[in-house]
Design a protein around this ligand. Structure first.
Ligand code: KG4
Ligand code: ZN
Length: 355
């Protein structure tokens, strides 16, 4: 089965082809530089840029692989959560392709796809725990199967990546700031400043990063490192120490909740971690150590599959498509903050589904 995946939920227009679970090729147009001028993604600009790029990206993908679009068996697109205008570009494009080709269409949950992307390089084992840490989301799931994700915990306010980005904005770091934090943290001392490990004094698996963000903003003001962009050299020792301390506070908070999730789900031995923040060096190290201690395994997509990409949509679509799942063309795109409905159809009787 040849599956095309289209991602347009935020500021990356990305398309990929997956055949029998293997990535054939992927193309991407990033708008990061454009939005960096505004210090964050501007939704109206994002959807215009998706619209500008999506057609040429499809041509590029097909030409480069000498693939005829008629050979595509399933057309998938991110259906949410994301920026509604941006999602509509990718979903509408995918629906038109599916209709024109007479092939099934599938709307993919962007969050699930981030986690399932690990299967492009590793064997996925179910049940597993899934940690999704991105710019808009911080979730822990119990992954029963590619189509069944049970939410165990989520952020009550800011996402982990958002905390990096917002504190980075205060420091004058380029948007998105997570990568800069990661790099600067490696040059600094994570013990230099004391910052809270928020929302741990409870029994649940939810997160809350807004208090840490406020404490970090206050500390940055006290240290006088809150100067506007361009007025300060980012690699000064104090800034590196600040970044290392903040980075460690975020990472240790996530690590604590993941450890707790395994205590509550003793039958799971695998952790799948994904999303932009899962590219973080310290987080990767800490989660690796945690899984060594618990005798389980950590599965993470490579950094280029952690950030938004088309391969994860094509691959998640392929996993679901081979089980017979598809959507009606009336499928709704789901903006951030709304629940994704469980509205997939299945063309196979359960008994005939591949295991
Ligand atoms: O998954 P993603 O590419 O986009 C979505 O939010 O869906 O994640 C982007 C987020 C941004 O907040 C960015 O600052 C953060 O991931 N990020 C990182 C790192 N690389 C990207 N955060 C910490 N360390 C990194 N190395
Ligand atoms: Zn994402």
């Amino acid at each position: 089965m040849l599956c095309i995946g289209i991602e347009s939920s935020c500021d990356e227009t990305a398309l990929a082809l997956v055949r029998e679970g293997r990535l054939v090729d992927a193309v991407i147009a990033s708008q990061a530089d454009l939005h960096a001028l505004f210090g964050g993604v501007v939704p109206e600009l994002a959807s215009r840029e998706h619209f500008r790029f999506i057609g040429r990206l499809l041509d590029q993908l097909l030409e480069r692989n000498h693939t005829d679009i008629a050979g595509v068996d399933l057309v998938c697109a991110t259906r949410g959560p994301g920026l509604l205008g941006s999602l509509l570009v990718g979903v509408t494009f995918a629906k038109a392709l599916a209709l024109g080709l007479g092939r099934p269409f599938l709307g993919v949950n962007h969050l699930h796809a981030h986690l399932l992307a690990a299967g492009l390089e590793h064997e996925l084992v179910f049940p597993a725990l899934g940690l999704l840490v991105s710019g808009g989301h911080t979730h822990i799931y119990r992954m029963q199967s590619p189509s069944e994700f049970i939410p165990l915990g989520r952020t009550l306010d800011d996402a982990a990546g958002e905390a990096f980005d917002k504190v980075g904005k205060i420091l004058g770091l380029p948007y998105p700031a997570g990568k800069s934090f990661d790099q600067l943290a490696r040059m600094g001392n994570g013990d230099a400043f004391s910052l809270p490990r928020p929302y741990l004094d409870n029994d649940n698996l939810d997160f809350s990063f807004s208090g840490l963000k406020t404490a970090a903003a206050q500390l940055a003001a006290d240290l006088r490192i809150t100067l506007p962009a361009g007025k300060r050299t980012a690699n000064s020792g104090i800034t590196a120490d600040f970044c290392a301390s903040f980075n460690r506070a975020v990472v240790e908070t996530i690590e604590t909740k993941v450890r707790r999730a395994f205590v509550k789900n003793k039958d799971t031995k695998t952790l799948v971690a994904a999303g932009g923040v899962a590219a973080n060096t310290l987080l990767r190290e800490r989660l690796g150590d945690l899984m060594k201690q618990t005798g389980g395994q950590l599965i993470m997509p490579s950094p280029h599959f952690c950030t938004d990409n088309g391969a994860m949509i094509a691959y998640a679509g392929w996993l679901l498509g081979k089980e017979g799942f598809y959507h009606e063309l009336s499928l709704r795109s789901i903006p951030r903050g709304e629940m994704i409905p469980d509205d997939m159809h299945c063309s196979y009787p359960i008994s005939a589904m591949p295991s």
